[in-house]
Design a protein around this ligand. Structure first.
Ligand SMILES: Nc1nc2c(c(=O)[nH]1)N[C@H]1C(S)=C(S)[C@@H](COP(=O)(O)O)O[C@H]1N2
Ligand SMILES: [Mo]
Length: 348
């Protein structure tokens, strides 16, 4: 097992992860045979610097600013004793799939060359942010909410922090302390993180230390220099298969995958086994949740051995279908085109 990226605490075995600098992406074959949620041991990690180890006995979450009447500090046990909510939510990096701008569209975008593994769905439990803001006497004039992480400052930009409009903050955002029934792991934000359903991963600030509520619009490097103009996540799909997976010719196979959208439920998934010449509708059952993903499957009996390209294309309830080409993006965010997934059909 390869370890010790000094920036990530949990083990990063080769069969589960591909490491990119201070971050690590999940290999999609690691979801094969798994249930609805991404187990904590294989959930991707995106760190600007390194996972901090926080002493929960002295840790406090401060809620303050011109937009609240009475600034408040909350301790860990205090938060855990408050009314809680549990939500199944995907967290996905805005740059997930960036590699395909280069490999598929011959127009490489700079930044971490993620495949499709910078996404995971977990069952998060915590306190609704709305509840904490009310406890601090949020004022009608509140405009933005600025959560700040306790990880080390990033280059010259200070602590990781990104404003969230008050309407979203008062809607479905969670201050989460549990992930898939376990205490939040250090790499995923212990003691607490935000979980912002449907929005780009950067909104879900980890290792929360303070939340400022302002009465005017706020700007930080994370909504100006990085991740400007990105809010909800687009429609995407992935196969639960290794890149260049080897499949025996003797089928039929049940090919599985998952599709997701930040804007609503997935209503249709079509799959092509012949580089996009023909498409068949995949089947799905079970949970069909907003802000998470839809698992699906389809049977396939390969007619010949050799290289094949598998493609999956989803449509969400707003009517948006994944395109075959994504327009160029200066930062390589939101690659939502159908990904051409190579597999090798072998004798057997
Ligand atoms: N404090 C802090 N919060 C953060 C980050 C970070 O580096 N520091 N990375 C963000 C980004 S870019 C993403 S995609 C998600 C990743 O969450 P995960 O590491 O739990 O998968 O966390 C977000 N929250
Ligand atoms: Mo991200």
């Amino acid at each position: 097992m390869k370890q010790a990226l000094a920036t990530i605490v949990k083990p990063l075995p080769d069969q589960l992860f591909r490491v990119h600098g201070a971050s690590a992406e999940m290999r999609w074959e690691a979801m094969s045979g798994q249930g609805y949620h991404t187990p904590n041991d294989r959930f991707f990690v995106r760190n600007h610097t390194a996972t901090p180890i926080i002493d929960v006995t002295t840790w406090r979450l401060l809620v303050h600013g011109a937009g609240v009447r009475c600034p408040r500090e909350f301790g860990y046990d205090e938060l855990r004793a408050m009314p809680s909510r549990t939500l199944d939510v995907a967290i996905e990096c805005a740059g997930n799939g960036r590699r395909f701008y280069g490999t598929q569209q011959h127009d490489a975008a700079p930044g971490t060359q993620w495949g499709l593994g910078a996404i995971g769905v977990a069952r998060w439990r915590g306190v609704p942010l709305r509840y904490l803001l009310k406890q601090a006497g949020v004022l009608p004039g509140a405009v933005d909410v600025l959560p700040t992480g306790l990880d080390a400052p990033f280059e010259g930009y200070g602590h990781v922090r990104r404003p969230l409009p008050i309407d979203k903050a008062m809607d479905d955002v969670l201050v989460a302390y549990e992930m898939n029934g376990e205490r939040l792991p250090p790499d995923h934000g212990f003691p607490v993180r935000l979980v912002v359903p449907g929005w780009v991963g950067i909104a879900s600030i980890k290792w929360l230390g303070e939340i400022e509520v302002s009465t005017k619009e706020l700007f930080t490097p994370w909504n100006t220099v990085f991740y400007p103009d990105v809010t909800t996540q687009p429609v995407k799909s992935a196969f639960e298969l290794a890149w260049n997976a080897r499949l025996p010719r003797s089928g039929p196979h049940i090919v599985r995958g998952r599709s997701w959208s930040g804007s609503g439920r997935i209503v249709r998934v079509e799959v092509s086994f012949d580089s996009g010449l023909s498409w068949r509708t995949a089947e799905h059952h079970g949970q069909h949740l907003v802000s998470a993903w839809l698992p699906w499957h389809i049977s396939w009996a390969p007619q010949r051995t050799g290289a094949h390209v598998l493609m999956a294309r989803a449509t969400d309830e707003t009517g948006t279908t994944q395109p075959l080409v994504t327009p160029r993006h200066p930062f390589g965010y939101h690659f939502d085109a159908v990904v051409r997934h190579p597999v090798d059909v072998v004798i057997g």
